[in-house]
Ligand binder design. Structure first.
Ligand code: SF4
Length: 347
């Protein structure tokens, strides 16, 4: 897997991120602050999609599942009139429904169509890429070994593209139970937010069993997941404690905790908010690493930095391992002509 550095300017990001130089400095204990961290291009796009749907069509706007896996984002959008549902049958006929960044299966799209819902697809383009791979390999009659977490929405969406061809492999320990029809036609693909190292271990074991296993045409673990893991690996050996800001259902955030521990951090914790930090974690600690998952607004990191400053951690050292500036265009359903059509129908 290669580390991805992209060069397109993203004019949206500066406005959406807090200025770290505004965080008060106090004390000489050290913070290592990972970069990149926080919002990725797919999350940024998905959140803006919902905000624009609200602005253009008014509340309520329905979203299937959490738009991104972050409590703060979901709570904030709920206050603004977004209704999060589990399935399409909870949405009134003819209403506006946004599909989350994690993607949906064709069956979900059909069900939304049957209910005459006006859908806006906020699926991250990098998830859509994996869907396209699954469809292409299914057309070639491959057995597709999808490395990912059982029950995760992204995995359900990808598997749903070709259920007869896709087999879930949840990690290295699951490799022994994999069976295929033809060892010459086997390919692996993966969820976008996995641990790079664990996925490579799974692939290594799969290849031991199936030497002709094909790789996907390009990395499925996305640039944002990889870049955040690289930054954490760099700082973890120097850290007594790593605080990862992120939600418990955020795959890439949970992976950051695991990666920090594997890379040598003495302790690593996941928190949604600064108020969840137990200050007893600071006992005997002189260096704290801070990072955040790809669905985490920077304001939440700022809260943790302020709390740390109150406890004598005032020496902030950035640990930057990549630059990111990727931006995705908004979903086509938000183009002006399409929006007018939806508004006309629902008014
Ligand atoms: Fe897209 Fe990666 Fe962000 Fe998921 S973590 S939304 S795949 S860029």
């Amino acid at each position: 897997m290669s580390q991805t550095v992209v060069a397109l300017p993203n004019p949206r990001l500066p406005q959406r991120r807090e200025r770290l130089q505004d965080v008060p400095i106090a004390g000489d204990k050290k913070i290592l602050l990972a970069a990149p961290r926080g919002y990725c291009a797919g999350v940024d796009r998905a959140v803006i999609t919902v905000e624009q749907a609200l602005e253009r069509h008014g509340a309520p706007v329905y979203v299937r599942k959490q738009i991104v896996h972050n409590r703060h984002v979901v709570e904030t959008l709920t206050e603004r009139g977004v209704v999060f549902v589990e399935e399409t049958d909870e949405v009134p006929e003819g209403a506006i429904l946004v599909f989350s960044a994690h993607g949906v299966s064709p069956a979900v799209r059909e069900s939304a169509e049957e209910r005459k819902l006006h859908t806006i697809d906020a699926t991250c383009p990098l998830v859509t890429k994996v869907h396209q791979e699954a469809k292409r390999f299914a057309r070639g009659d491959y057995d597709i070994l999808l490395i990912g977490h059982d029950g995760h929405e992204e995995v359900e969406g990808t598997a749903g593209e070709a259920p007869e061809h896709v087999q879930l492999v949840s990690g290295p320990d699951a490799v022994d139970s994999v069976t295929v029809r033809d060892e010459d036609r086997v390919v692996w693909v993966s969820q976008t937010t996995l641990s790079v190292d664990e996925t490579m271990e799974t692939v290594r074991k799969l290849r031991e069993r199936f030497p002709k296993l094909q790789d996907p045409p390009s990395d499925d673990i996305c640039y944002a997941t990889q870049n955040r893991q690289v930054a954490v690996k760099e700082m973890a050996p120097r850290c007594d404690l790593v605080i990862v800001v992120g939600s418990g259902n955020s795959s890439n955030s949970v992976r950051l905790v695991e990666v920090a521990l594997q890379a040598g951090a003495k302790d690593a914790r996941l928190v949604d908010y600064a108020r969840e930090v137990d200050t007893s974690w600071f006992d005997g600690v002189t260096t704290v690493g801070v990072t955040s998952g790809a669905s985490v607004p920077e304001v939440l990191v700022r809260g943790v930095l302020e709390l740390l400053a109150e406890h004598g951690f005032g020496d902030v050292e950035p640990v930057q391992t990549a630059q990111e500036s990727l931006v995705f265009s908004l979903p086509r359903e938000l183009r002006p002509s399409r929006v007018l059509k939806v508004a006309d129908v629902t008014s």
